[in-house]
Write a protein that binds this ligand. Structure first.
Ligand code: NAP
Length: 277
């Protein structure tokens, strides 16, 4: 008789498009962990009650995606420091004394940039575009690598300024509107949701020089509008967020299972899958 599998999943709304079951399925096979990982389509009004029921019934962990990353802060009984700083949670884990909330998005981005792609951040000029949930998650880990300056630019400048004010003790960080951008950056991270709508935020081409690396948190079968634009402006490299997707998942897996899977195979499989879809 087999023992019941430990239960995991991803809660979002909608969630049908999520690649997380594929990614965690591969991680589990690779590390020899026997787990179940399912999709949970949870409307916002039911989020707290459904999450509590999942853990009360013995569930071990959940990934949390749009639109629940802020609500997941309240459902957790305890937060990791990086989740508390981000005020957003993308991973919930069962602990003996309650539900732990973590945010692995920033660690995932930094690992992809530094380890997979060899992009330097320390003493470099970094621009983050957008001041929403994803930006909150990545600012702490980016500042942890001591860039010369980190500028947050947003369509609504007040949101960028408010966000920058929350992170000033971690490094040199400023919040601005797009009109204030006039110099090239070494690294530009697009953390707006504009790519999902096929749109391009109206920031000036002067932010891009021949040495600029551009990274879009969004990813897709073909180049996003931001990636196309960055290439047209003559940037050095323009990269989509596939690696962050896989690396943030690996961080969640490590939190749940105490073992960090190798990500290279999963990344290669995902790219192949998206190219042949
Ligand atoms: P969000 O909280 O809804 O944030 C939206 C942000 O985008 C805001 O700053 C908003 O500006 C800006 N924005 C939206 N449309 C715009 C437009 N047309 N022009 C200029 N700015 C625009 O979304 P999020 O959760 O932060 O997600 C952002 C992106 O990150 C999404 O594409 C998501 O898929 C991606 N993401 C990827 C990963 C990964 O693993 N690769 C992980 C997390 C998120 P205002 O403040 O002015 O409204």
């Amino acid at each position: 008789m087999g023992t019941a599998l430990d239960q995991y999943g991803v809660a979002g709304h909608p969630v049908g498009h999520s690649l997380s079951p594929f990614i965690h399925g591969m991680f589990a096979r690779e590390t020899g962990q026997r787990i179940s990982y399912r999709l949970y389509d949870v409307p916002p009004a039911e989020f707290h009650q459904r999450v509590r029921a999942f853990f009360a019934q013995g569930g071990r962990g959940l990934n949390v995606t749009l639109p629940h990353k802020i609500a997941a802060v309240e459902v957790a009984h305890e937060l990791t420091p990086r989740a508390a700083y981000a005020a957003a949670v993308n991973t919930l884990a069962a602990r003996p004394d309650g539900i732990l909330g973590d945010n692995t998005d920033g660690a995932g981005l930094v690992r992809d940039l530094c380890d997979n792609l060899g992009v330097a951040i320390t003493r470099r000029r970094v621009l983050v575009i957008g001041a929403g949930g994803a930006s909150r998650g990545i600012l702490g880990p980016l500042l942890g690598l001591a860039p010369e300056v980190l500028v947050i630019a947003n369509r609504t400048p007040q949101r960028a300024q408010a966000l920058a004010a929350q992170f000033t003790e971690l490094g040199v960080v400023r919040g601005v509107g797009f009109a204030e951008l006039d110099q090239p950056f070494d690294l530009i991270v697009n953390a707006t949701s504009a790519s999902l709508a096929g749109e391009l935020p109206p920031f000036p081409p002067t932010v891009i020089g021949p040495q600029t690396v551009c990274y879009d948190l969004a990813y897709g079968r073909s180049a996003t509008a931001f990636i196309e634009w960055a290439n047209l402006q003559g940037c050095m490299r323009a990269l989509q967020g596939w690696g962050m997707l896989v690396e943030q998942a690996a961080e969640s897996f490590r939190l749940w299972r105490g073992i960090r899977p190798d990500t290279a195979q999963v990344l290669a499989a995902l790219k192949e899958r998206s190219e042949s879809a």
